[in-house]
Design a protein around this ligand. Structure first.
Ligand SMILES: Cc1cc2nc3c(=O)[nH]c(=O)nc-3n(C[C@H](O)[C@H](O)[C@H](O)COP(=O)(O)OP(=O)(O)OC[C@H]3O[C@@H](n4cnc5c(N)ncnc54)[C@H](O)[C@@H]3O)c2cc1C
Length: 548
């Protein structure tokens, strides 16, 4: 396509040394050799991912995503007559991204019609989540919850029969209508209340029997994607904290779910997050009374996979912009990418991204192993990946932003959006401390998680003496589980070892060597780019950014 170029010769000066924006259609799949390798290793669906990566990276998709953020969701609590409608109106760009993601199987790819995992399905899903979070991370939230809601439905055959097919339909249908009248549905999650988010047992929403169903009364303090067709909700029933499916729309009317206000958030702007009240809302029990946490944990476990993989997507997006910029911009008569210090920074950023992706995809492979040991490994691996990837994402994205100099601080680039998004996946589905305590709990209570983790860490011994020494030092330092106050240090150390083990197994030697030298053996300062002596060329060759 011929481009009508802007005028560079201005009255007072000529515009030069400004890299063009990465414009046009840029496949998120084609240029990402690291993703290709991870997908092949996991037996995921490369051809579906190729099509999705091309579609997610079009100029139109990026435009829709920007529109969805620029014109954020708006609460419409009443109609003009003053009757409650409790709706949220979105920019058409949001609907376009939802249709795009669901259409390419974001919520459906992992599952067959019976709600069982497809071979390589979770890895396929994780790769979709990784690619779409590079474009519009906010809209990923409802799609992630829909993917993750599917296994929780197994607790009730009747609800599964009614809801599974619409959740897996790949059709986005935003109509305000009961599920039976829709071509597709999405599902959200309502756990957090004012008095306690991490401590869900403090929930005060009450559930009272009403025939075969229940009526819920109470509030939820954070409830994202409020136009979802149902929410899995925790509430106190007679038999204790229980899980309920609360439909948003009923035959002939609206359920009594009132949207109080929208949260004014740091980022995640395209996605609405609300405070809601249940005012005698009709609800159906999912699982036994008193088994609420056990039931909803299935959903939380699967949303955690996305909170582990999304930071890798955000890092990839930031790195693509940064490497593009430093390859096109010069300072002091030399391209930035050719200057030794910038090269070191870019290589260090690339190691953050590649290791984050390897760690998350290692967890996704475990989700695809439906054996008892696979499930035990998935539980610990996803928690370690969620912790480490999210702790690293904000610092990594900030450094990528700084590589653009002042331009990185400007909203016409994706950097401010990525930076605002960076802390979120660390917070929901278990904030940092809570995840670390969960890691200790899992290792204390699930011997098979300990065994499978140890087997993975031991599998690569003998390849790199620095890794072997660090592994031995970890278990010398902590022959038993650490005291709570050391849980972060312990989790960080284990997560670095796990990431290193995946890289030693699957990445080129230069990448594994770089990671072990800097993150495991400690030959690096605390800030990004404080490294030397690595094979920067080989590490940077992995980035393979295209565009323009
Ligand atoms: C944008 C956004 C969207 C959200 N969407 C939803 C949604 O759709 N549905 C939903 O249910 N929730 C949602 N949440 C809520 C989110 O899951 C909670 O905010 C999160 O679980 C933390 O709960 P809290 O805010 O009550 O913090 P708290 O539980 O009060 O925790 C505060 C801090 O204390 C730490 N902490 C807690 N316990 C311990 C401990 N024992 N030892 C040491 N430290 C501890 C935590 O790690 C955290 O850092 C959303 C949050 C955000 C920001």
């Amino acid at each position: 396509m011929t481009r009508t170029v802007p005028i560079s010769e201005l009255a007072t000066h000529e515009v030069e040394n400004q890299p063009e924006p990465r414009s046009g259609d840029i496949s998120l799949w084609d240029g990402d050799a690291v993703l290709h390798a991870e997908v092949a290793r996991a037996g995921a669906d490369a051809s579906a991912l190729g099509a999705a990566g091309a579609a997610f990276g079009t100029a139109q998709a990026r435009f829709d995503a920007e529109e969805a953020r620029r014109d954020p969701p708006r609460l419409v609590p009443f109609d003009r007559a003053g009757r409650r409608i409790d709706e949220v109106h979105y920019n058409p760009g949001y609907h376009a991204i939802m249709a795009l993601g669901l259409g390419h199987g974001y919520a459906a790819a992992a599952w067959d019609e019976g709600g069982n995992a497809r071979p390589g399905g979770h890895a396929t899903h994780a790769a979709l989540s990784y690619m779409l979070s590079q474009v519009e991370p906010g809209a990923c939230c409802p799609m992630t919850m829909t993917y993750a809601g599917v296994p929780a439905l197994a607790a009730d055959a009747g609800l599964a029969a009614q809801w599974r097919a619409p959740l897996l339909s790949r059709s986005y249908d935003p109509a305000v209508a009961p599920v039976a009248a829709k071509s597709g549905a999405t599902i959200g999650m309502a756990m957090t209340e004012k008095q306690g988010g991490s401590d869900v047992r403090a929930n005060t929403t009450r559930a009272v029997r009403d025939g075969d169903a229940y009526r819920l009364t109470g509030h939820k303090w954070f409830c994202s994607a409020p136009m979802s067709d149902a929410f899995l909700t925790l509430a106190q029933a007679e038999g204790g904290l229980s899980c309920f499916l609360v439909p948003r729309w009923l035959e002939g009317g609206r359920n009594r779910i009132h949207l109080q206000r929208l949260k004014d958030k740091l980022g995640n702007r395209a996605n609405a997050s609300t405070e809601i009240e249940y005012n005698g809302a009709l609800a159906f029990r999912l699982g036994d009374e008193g088994a609420g946490v056990k039931t909803i944990i299935e959903m939380v476990h699967h949303t955690r996979l996305d909170t582990a993989v999304a930071p890798a997507g955000l890092m990839r997006a930031a790195l693509s912009e940064a490497t593009w910029w430093v390859a096109g911009r010069s300072a002091f008569q030399r391209r930035l990418i050719d200057q030794p210090l910038m090269r070191a920074v870019m290589a260090d950023l690339a190691l953050e991204w590649e290791s984050a992706l390897a760690l998350a995809m290692g967890a996704a492979r475990a989700f695809d192993d439906d054996s008892e040991s696979g499930r035990a490994f998935a539980r610990i691996a996803v928690a370690l990946a969620k912790y480490l990837n999210n702790k690293r994402a904000p610092a990594m994205i900030y450094e990528a932003l700084e590589a653009l100099g002042g331009m990185g601080y400007v909203e016409e680039t994706p950097m401010p959006m990525l930076y605002r998004e960076a802390p979120l996946n660390g917070i929901w589905e278990g904030s940092g401390n809570v995840i670390c305590l969960d890691i200790l709990r899992t290792l204390a209570r699930a011997p098979l998680s300990v065994e499978t983790l140890r087997a993975q860490l031991d599998a690569v011994r003998g390849v790199d003496a620095r890794y072997d020494a660090a592994l031995a030092a970890h278990f010398d330092r902590w022959p038993a589980l650490p005291p709570e106050a050391e849980a972060r240090w312990y989790a960080e150390s284990l997560a670095h070892l796990l990431a290193a083990s995946f890289l030693i197994e699957g990445a080129p030697a230069a990448v594994a060597d770089g990671y072990v030298a800097t993150r495991v053996a400690g030959h690096r300062g605390a800030t990004i780019g404080a490294v030397a002596g690595l094979d920067f060329d080989a590490i940077l060759a992995r980035v393979g950014v295209t565009g323009g």
